[in-house]
Design a protein around this ligand. Structure first.
Ligand SMILES: Nc1nc2c(ncn2[C@@H]2O[C@H](COP(=O)(O)OP(=O)(O)O)[C@@H](O)[C@H]2O)c(=O)[nH]1
Ligand SMILES: [Mg+2]
Length: 241
């Protein structure tokens, strides 16, 4: 489990309790890594009390926090969510079982189909819709929710996918990479209203995320042409032989 945190004292205890009560009955071995960026409140203390390993990451950024967490994780399967009680931690065993039974590599969750009232403002829903549409058009995908932060995946895929963003766009980037390169699926979940203060600045982050999609498209094109160049060079060599 990996949870990025920044001043989440109001909710992190509840999130950790919910994870333990979901995972203890399964008998699975698990570790909870809390990648914390300079929390000034009791977040780290509560985390330690409730059995999480605190990974210190002073560099700001949601994506940065996850990349650090991925480097430190040791389990075969990685599960992620926010430290703000919005994601259904009780659902982790169900999602892991889908991953295993359907022999998938990556699951992302869709918060938008089953949302509780008040979990997301109109502005937020509109922003999400625009981002998902743009992602789908640019990359030929069928995502309903390109911004969900709850993923369940095999750690091994981290060698196959390329993550460049250190900020909020990491969320859309990991989905684009997974759907292009490994066996991936989107599964609906319940989404709940947030506790504590939002770290996201809707307009600024929304714009960032949108701009990132176009940058990512360019990066992937370049990657593809490099691969093609390499292939054609290899072919030339074979011809020479
Ligand atoms: N370590 C770390 N965590 C962050 C950072 N920014 C946001 N988070 C955490 O990442 C999660 C997602 O942020 P949140 O404000 O809930 O964004 P939203 O769900 O998109 O509205 C929360 O658990 C935050 O505490 C950061 O710069 N560093
Ligand atoms: Mg959140």
């Amino acid at each position: 489990m990996i949870i990025p945190t920044m001043n989440e004292e109001e909710s992190i205890g509840e999130v950790l309790d919910e994870i333990h009560s979901a995972l203890k009955p399964t008998g699975w071995d698990y570790e909870i890594l809390m990648v914390d960026t300079n929390s000034k409140d009791r977040t780290r203390e509560i985390g330690r009390e409730k059995g999480a390993i605190i990974v210190d990451e002073p560099r700001r950024g949601y994506g940065r926090a996850y990349k650090t967490g991925f480097e430190r994780a040791t389990g075969d399967i990685i599960v992620t969510l926010d430290g703000d009680t919005t994601y259904p931690a009780y659902d982790i065993p169900r999602l892991v079982n889908i991953l295993l039974k359907e022999n998938l590599d990556f699951i992302t969750t869709d918060r938008l189909s089953n949302m509780e009232k008040g979990a997301m403002s109109f502005k937020h829903r509109l922003g999400n819709w625009i981002l998902a549409k743009t992602t789908n058009i640019l990359f030929g995908l069928h995502l309903r929710d390109s911004q969900s932060g709850m993923w369940v995946f095999r750690r091994g895929i981290l060698n196959k996918i390329k993550l460049t963003s250190d900020g909020m766009p990491l969320s859309e980037e990991i989905k684009i990479e997974a759907f292009k390169k490994v066996r991936a699926k989107e599964v609906p979940i319940k989404y709940r209203p947030r506790k504590g203060e939002v770290k996201l600045n809707s307009w600024k982050d929304g714009k960032e995320n949108l701009k990132f999609l176009f940058r990512k498209k360019k990066m992937m094109k370049e990657e593809l042409s490099l691969v093609e160049e390499k292939h054609s060079k290899e072919k030339d060599k074979e011809v020479e032989k």
